[in-house]
Design a protein around this ligand. Structure first.
Ligand code: FE2
Length: 369
């Protein structure tokens, strides 16, 4: 990060409209934050075996057996997912599209596992937190809501705007109501845990030079047909801050074809080399909203972005500082994806100001197993 743009040199500011919109986008696609202090040693070990499945009904937790059974039958293939030239390209551009890393059957298994989770979803009224990119709602419903801020070690549900009636009933089929499910699928849902730690993923991480990668968060994004929300331009390091920078990488798996019509990712190539100008940090305990920004986001010309369409089964690698976005899904096709963020913990400090923190129930698990 360049000295002149270091976030610490900027005063704490009140959010502008555009800042909050950007926050909305980033929370949709990234949301993992680490702390500026090094995680405790226990924060890098395997998670505890008793997951807090809040947000799911009690029966759903027990019946995660569905996912466990599915996982036992889930024989993943191993490919040679990345070449030396592709690693070079990733470092040049700050992102990389790898086609065919996962098979159609593996994508089906992930989608079926999520269908099971959603079928068992029993969300209390007070937990029906809308997930939206609108600034005020973003901060109030996500940043400051305990439901969101304590979701790092749980499996919780975040909804599209306008899917509930005034009494909290679904206005659309519940499987069409969700924006995302997060943020601990990698720890508590066997299929997603298996994918996260799969040989292909580990091979990619090793090829990128990760010495001690740990998984900080994960999410399943639905990008519903017709109204799946946009994700405004942002850098993941704004929300997932480490010292030093350049230690966080997003792994984004397309479970369905991602095209310009249904909301594929867009990037500004090479934008990962100029540091960040903004951070989202927690406010003091008891404050409202629960998060705020330090610094301000830049404006980016639309013409700088290039689309990154990818077929089903493809893997998109996202550098923590590359500027990226996705558009509203205006098509009649969903764009499901499973993604997670990894931090190379070697010589890295995770910020205690990040919204997401390792917990006794779920330390950041090591990627290499
Ligand atoms: Fe992102």
């Amino acid at each position: 990060m360049s000295e002149g743009r270091a976030w610490k040199s900027r005063p704490r500011v009140v959010l502008s409209v555009s800042d909050r919109l950007a926050l909305g986008g980033a929370l949709i696609c990234s949301k993992a934050l680490w702390v500026c202090n090094p995680p405790p040693a226990s924060g890098l070990s395997r998670p505890a075996s008793s997951p807090p499945f809040q947000g799911l009904g009690a029966a759903a937790h027990e019946d995660s057996a569905l996912s466990r059974r599915r996982s036992r039958d889930f024989k993943m293939r191993h490919t040679a997912p990345i070449t030396g030239d592709q690693v070079k390209k990733f470092h040049e551009d700050g992102f990389l599209v790898l086609e065919g890393v996962f098979s159609p059957e593996e994508c089906d298994t992930m989608m079926d596992a999520m269908k099971d989770i959603v079928a068992q979803m029993d969300v209390p009224l007070h937990c029906r937190t809308e997930f939206t990119t609108q600034e005020e709602e973003q901060l109030q419903a996500q940043g400051s809501a305990d439901y969101f801020l304590t979701s790092g070690d749980k499996i919780r549900f975040f909804f599209e705007k306008g899917v509930f009636d005034k009494n909290g009933g679904f206005l659309v089929p519940k499987e069409r109501s969700l924006n995302k499910v997060g943020h601990a699928l990698h720890a508590y849902e066997p299929v997603f845990k298996q994918v996260t730690h799969s040989q292909n993923i580990q091979t990619v991480a090793r090829s990128l030079g990760m010495a001690e990668p740990v998984v900080v968060q994960s999410m399943y994004i639905f990008k519903q047909p017709g109204f799946g929300g946009e994700v405004t331009p942002h850098q993941d390091a704004t929300f997932l801050h480490t010292e030093q920078l350049g230690r966080v990488t997003g792994f984004w798996i397309a479970l369905e074809d991602a095209t310009e019509d249904n909301g594929c990712l867009w990037f500004i190539p090479g934008s990962h080399t100029s540091g960040i100008t903004r951070r989202m940090v927690r406010t003091p305990a008891g404050s409202q909203p629960g998060t705020t920004f330090v610094g301000s986001e830049q404006r980016y010309e639309d013409g700088l972005f290039v689309a990154a369409p990818v077929r089903r089964g493809g893997l998109v690698l996202i550098h923590g500082e590359v500027v990226h976005k996705s558009e509203l899904n205006t098509s009649d096709r969903s764009r499901h994806s499973y993604s997670f963020h990894v931090m190379d913990a070697q010589d890295t400090k995770w910020s205690t100001e990040n919204w997401l923190q390792p917990t006794p129930e779920l330390p950041f698990p090591a990627l290499y197993v």
